[in-house]
Design a protein around this ligand. Sequence first.
Ligand code: NDP
Ligand code: MG
Length: 381
Amino acid sequence: MKQIALLGATGSIGIQTLDVIREHRDQFSLYAMAFGKNVEKALPLIQEFKPQLIVVQDFDTKRKIQHGVGDAKVLIGTEGMVEASVQEEVDVVLNAVMGSVGLSATLAAIRAKKQIAIANKETLVTAGHLVMAEAKKYGVDLLPVDSEHSAIFQSLNGERKEDATRLILTASGGSFRDYSRDDLKNVTVEDALNHPNWSMGSKITIDSATMMNKGLEVIEAHWLFDMPYEKIDVIMHKESVIHSLVEYTDKSVIAQLGTPDMKVPIQYALTYPNRLELANTKSLDLVEIGKLHFSEMSFERFPALKMAYEAGRVGGTMTTVLNAANEQAVDLFLHGHIPFLTIEHYIERALEEHTLIETPSLEEIQQIDYETRVRVQQYVK
Ligand code: NDP
Ligand code: MG
């Protein structure tokens, strides 16, 4: 029986992780769960899964759930997530919180030598060098939950790392795949939240529309698979059937395919190196699909992808700024304070104004993350 600490339990990945646990009660049990403020969603989950430890974002949320948690212990904030991640009883930490707020818990889980299933890509974008150095030091594997990275991870299984010459990430194109730059001027929050292939949290859905999600994933792949940026490509593949590919020295290409369902990579990160049945997931029917499409990714159409490659190549705190500016700008867009295209402008400006620290400490990263958010908020005024 694997005991799981699930961070971000009320989110899109969190709920699908609970679906996986529900389908395999004999294999998994929820020891701890962390969420932000969504009490309405959390209470029935607490009653169903009966975790022994619960972490919430603030005192007010703790007060609101206290009556419905039985004997469970309730902790607060980032420190609470850190404590949940290092509990002796916990075997796997699945980090699915949204944003760089997940960083401390990831680092703590590594130091406690837990198996780590990582959905929280912002952790790797903001501080990849620290996370990977700690993972190496403590001999811990980071098992990707992101579908592209799970596909690459699976395509690398049993191969020698030095034989892999190129990683190819596929991109669905997001909500505005067929729009021109001009068409984007007046799109609404509602339009942007309407993703064609995946149902996800609002922040990552906007990131998919700007293509920043793919940019963050390029940086995530760089760190997870220790691959230089010139060997990481992105191609458009609107069906989201091929989840990503790896090319080898002999030009052989290995890919992982499946219907777009996050439960597959979530479960694989929990069961690796084994697999378990997923009865409610649809089989891939290639005959029914008939055709798959691929096209080149344009940096002119998707400048956020270009910014991510550039920030990644510069490294250091540049990706911290990229991530923090993006998180803040997306939040401003979601709250109706800025138009869609301004997200990119704010990120660009934050990157231009930043003075690089090449090998930042954790404290420097946290400071830059904070300062960048404040700066981007001020752009509005
Ligand atoms: P959601 O917005 O749906 O969920 C985010 C979760 O994090 C919620 O449980 C939320 O709690 C919690 N949370 C947010 N802020 C805090 C905080 N300060 N402290 C504690 N908990 C917090 O996001 P997704 O599930 O879509 O995404 C989660 C992560 O997984 C992201 O890093 C994303 O990039 C990645 N990912 C997601 C995919 C998807 O299909 N959704 C695919 C691949 C990667 P509450 O709502 O209760 O406030
Ligand atoms: Mg992805």
